[in-house]
Write a protein that binds this ligand. Structure first.
Ligand code: KG4
Ligand code: ZN
Length: 493
């Protein structure tokens, strides 16, 4: 079952990671030249010393030297090729995460309001009386989210109060398949979208005429699913002539840390985003301005939770994280020895693919020890120990990468951390990272657990943040993006 398509493995394909400086490995031109010089001298010396008598002829020396030089030239060429291969392998390993991620010209990038990142233009208007300076009356936004497997809608007021929300879960559909089936997810979105939007409006006791603006997730995500929400939002914005905002899903996760009180988490800050499709550390400079300082080289943490949950036979329909967390509470977190990923690597990147294999092998080994036919037949106690040990190792990896990023940020006087994304709902992770922040005297903000996972309020709130700075989009020109990398703004601090 490990190879089958899950929610996370599909979404992982749209993840984002960082650009790093690439240092050329051994094999630079100068080092190769000095090796060449060294090798040639040796060849000439050998030609003299291997000749037994003193009648060394120049011809002998010359032919022997030129043969050696040819041999050496071949060896050097071979080494050159090897260096080249190693360099490109190293580069590739960096680009594994990057491929999902950073603007390399092949994907449209998220640039709200302009490529400079600091000039925002309201293309489809702003709610009445709302100025870019943040004055005016409170306004309300209808938000729609359908990037993956749950259809969400919410009405949120510009002071962060959620007036109404509705979420149609698809857990029961995907449970049957052991992961997300995009076609089924799209059909379920189509079936639920109208009801979910109406429920949110009804709960908020507001009509579409009274709504001030509409926000909808437009990427990254499953394209066919995104389209359902986006088309609905475009239709409503056009019919009711409302300002429209196309939301970046990852920005929406990040900004949820500000919904309760933006004053408590002011830019710039560090964000740790861990969800089903992403695992990143980002320097957050402002709305639409994010610098990725670490990303996953392979799997996301949510994906790893989901697959480990499946390995242990736990429910995975709405993501296996919650079930695995619950089981881990019964287990011994230090009983199963697991390797901490990238322990010796001094950067802020993540890797969870090795841990996924590590836990599977440990579980299979335990099944053999216990003389049971499969991991699924292990006792609850054994499964709990596996779950707890997995979670502990996964979090240690997070802590290590986070602490390195915090050190980097401290040099720039940044000392606030937002922990966001679906996995941030995990209580063990929250309390462990909180302890790190307390120890380092950092301010940590994490949304309430139900606002960490995907729901409609994230689209509403992200739209509110965009509208407050005068940024909106043209609904007649809006499309959806499976991949939607952040633009980098290297010159803006
Ligand atoms: O942010 P999210 O709802 O969707 C994406 O944008 O991917 O994150 C879903 C991920 C799933 O992998 C799910 O298993 C994980 O978040 N998750 C958790 C918990 N709640 C959700 N992982 C660990 N512990 C949890 N309590
Ligand atoms: Zn999400």
């Amino acid at each position: 079952m490990w190879g089958s398509s899950t929610r996370s493995s599909r979404i992982a394909a749209i993840g984002v990671t960082t650009v790093h400086g690439f240092t050329s490995p051994a094999g630079s031109i100068s080092s190769r030249m000095s090796r060449l010089r060294h090798v040639n001298t040796n060849a000439i010396m050998r030609a003299f010393t291997t000749n037994g008598n003193n009648s060394t002829s120049t011809v002998d020396v010359d032919s022997s030297t030129s043969a050696d030089i040819t041999k050496n030239a071949k060896r050097i060429e071979k080494r050159k090729q090897k260096d080249k291969r190693q360099a490109s392998a190293a580069k590739r390993s960096k680009f594994i995460g990057l491929a999902k991620a950073v603007d390399r010209g092949s994907f449209p990038t998220y640039q709200p309001g302009g490529s400079s990142g600091d000039i925002f233009v309201a293309k489809s208007g702003l709610p009445v009386d709302i100025s870019s300076t943040g004055g005016g009356r409170l306004f309300t936004v209808l938000g729609i989210e359908s990037s993956c497997d749950d259809t969400g809608a919410a009405v949120v007021r510009s002071d962060g109060v959620i007036l109404g929300e509705s979420l149609a879960s698809q857990a029961h559909i995907h449970e049957e398949w052991g992961g997300i089936v995009p076609g089924l997810a799209k059909t379920a979105h189509e079936e639920n979208i109208d009801r979910v939007v109406n429920d949110a409006l009804q709960q908020a006791q507001i009509t579409l005429e009274e709504i001030d603006a509409i926000g909808v997730t437009v990427g990254p995500g499953l394209e066919i699913c995104l389209r359902v929400g986006c088309e609905k939002a475009i239709q409503l914005a056009t019919e009711y002539d409302k300002p429209f905002v196309g939301i970046h899903h990852l920005e929406a996760h990040i900004l949820m840390a500000r919904i309760e009180n933006p004053e408590l988490l002011q830019f710039p800050f560090l964000a740790l985003l861990t969800s089903g499709g992403h695992c990143q550390l980002l320097k957050c400079l402002g709305i639409g301005r994010y610098e990725i300082i670490g990303g996953t080289l392979d799997d996301s943490l949510g994906e790893c939770y989901d697959k480990t949950a499946r390995l242990l036979g736990l429910p995975v329909g709405g993501g296996g994280g919650p079930a695995l967390e619950a089981l881990a509470k019964e287990g011994n977190a230090t009983l199963i020895p697991l390797t901490i990923p990238l322990h010796r690597r001094h950067d802020c990147d993540f890797s969870y693919a090795g841990l996924k294999t590590n836990i599977r092998r440990a579980a299979e080994g335990l099944a053999i020890d216990r003389n049971v036919t499969s991991v699924l037949d292990l006792s609850r106690k054994d499964k709990a120990d596996l779950a707890a040990s997995f979670q502990n190792t996964a979090i240690i990896h997070l802590e290590q990468r986070l602490e390195r990023a915090m050190k980097m940020m401290e040099k720039e006087d940044i000392s606030s951390l937002a922990v966001v994304g679906g996995v941030a709902a995990n209580q063990e992770l929250r309390s462990r990272l909180n302890a790190v922040c307390e120890h380092k005297n950092w301010n940590m903000v994490v949304p309430p657990p139900r606002l960490c996972t995907d729901q409609g309020a994230m689209a509403s709130w992200a739209a509110i943040e965009r509208l407050k700075i005068g940024s909106s989009d043209d609904p007649s020109n809006q499309t959806v993006y499976a991949r939607y990398p952040f633009s980098s703004y290297p010159n803006i601090s």
